[in-house]
Design a binder for this molecule. Structure first.
Ligand SMILES: *Cc1c(COP(=O)(O)O)cnc(C)c1O
Length: 380
């Protein structure tokens, strides 16, 4: 095994977008048109997303993934006095989306080897107020989603899938987003594709879709349809709370170029993950999550550090030019979402979880370098 001292130090990034001149030109094209709001580019992006997903569902773009989740919850008619069950290990956006809608975010535990929602624990969190469940496609994995839908059917719940990590991946031969009750994507700057910031709601429920379309434009009824015809609503009605959550044409133009490249970007992620799996296979102290890596479009690559203190490992990796991350600090330990019960698996894995660099612009050698650094830190 070659020592790190023999390696030229590399300075890597944990995650980032991957952009080319196509994206830059698309943005300039919109600037030149001097129409920057929600218009033809957003309409085209929505249609292109729909055909990419191969779905009969509607696709509605908004300005962030968090806004997508917030609008999804409100469009389902949830509000004050209702509860939604969410795995504690997720970005705080999932929890904030619920509390923004005045819905109580009820934290539940995760499975130890995937960090996917633990339905046995979810069953313990059911109350007469529970109206929905929000499974998170953690690290792009949603292989057990059918069980969530069985659970939801049994308890009469709606399902809001937080699919922020999983754009471009597949399950059972279909694209993620092909089906589902209400599913939300994020296109923020580090996700599998980006529109700068951005997000989308995908649903086959016509009532929910219309509520979302109106709510992204301050609740102005049918304003989406007007704007897509290059018109505006001057006389209108508003029945529900709305927001300025629409996507702009600048964002959509960027997103459209990224969508053309998504298969290449996702293939690159898959390829890099395979190198990680091979390089780390003999390092028993470092255990990757047990996911279907050949199918999913890995947004993050998460391992558990079993033998050494995770924070010490992170610090040493940082000095070698390798940033690492923690996805995520549990929400049920935050002041706003504190629970009066423990979540044993979450509290165990929170000390072990470590995210290694992953983005399409890493070279094969970069990933091998990360693994060599990790091997040296663990064994040294
Ligand atoms: C990124 C992310 C979100 C929020 O998306 P934004 O576009 O950043 O608002 C929600 N949930 C998860 C799990 C995410 O990773």
């Amino acid at each position: 095994m070659s020592g790190i001292s023999k390696l030229a130090k590399r300075v890597l990034r944990l995650s980032k977008c991957s952009l080319g001149t196509e994206e830059k030109n698309a943005i300039v094209r919109v600037l030149d048109s001097e129409f920057l709001g929600m218009g033809k580019e957003v309409q085209a992006f929505e249609q292109e997303l729909k055909s990419f997903l191969g779905t009969s569902h509607e696709v509605i773009c908004v300005n962030t993934g968090t806004a997508a989740l917030h609008l999804a919850i409100e469009a389902l008619g949830l509000g004050e006095g209702d509860e939604v069950i969410i795995p504690s290990i997720t970005y705080v956006a999932s929890f904030q989306a619920a509390s923004a809608a005045r819905v109580k975010a009820v934290a539940c535990d995760v499975l130890e080897n995937t960090f996917f929602i633990d339905l046995e624990d979810a069953a313990r969190r059911i109350t007469p107020k529970t109206k929905a469940i929000m499974p998170v496609h953690f690290a792009s994995d949603s292989s057990q989603i059918a069980k969530v839908y069985e659970f939801a059917k049994h308890h009469n719940l709606r399902v809001i899938e937080d699919a922020a990590h999983s754009f471009g991946g597949t399950r059972n031969g279909q694209k993620i987003g092909f089906d589902g009750d209400v599913l939300c994507f994020s296109f923020d700057g580090i996700k599998n594709i980006t529109s700068g910031e951005g997000g989308a709601i995908v649903t086959g429920d016509k009532v929910v879709a219309q509520r979302v379309k109106d709510a992204r434009l301050l609740g102005v009824e049918k304003d989406t349809e007007k704007r897509f015809q290059g018109a505006r609503s001057w006389v209108f009605d508003v029945k529900h709370q709305g927001y300025r959550y629409h996507m702009s044409d600048i964002m959509a133009a960027l997103g459209r170029e990224q969508l053309k490249k998504v298969d290449t970007l996702v293939e690159r992620r898959k390829h890099l993950v395979q190198i990680y799996l091979k390089e780390l296979s003999e390092l028993s102290e470092v255990k990757p999550l047990e996911l279907d890596y050949k199918k999913i479009g890995s947004h993050i690559f998460v391992v558990k550090i079993l033998a050494k203190n995770r924070d010490d490992v992170s610090k040493e990796m940082q000095t070698m030019g390798v940033p690492t991350g923690i996805h995520y600090y549990p929400n049920h330990l935050l002041s706003l979402y504190k629970t009066n019960y423990d979540l044993p698996v979450t509290e165990k894995v929170m000390e072990q979880m470590m995210t290694l660099p992953l983005h399409p612009d890493l070279s094969d050698e970069d990933v091998k370098y990360v693994c060599q650094c990790l091997r040296q830190v663990i064994k040294g």
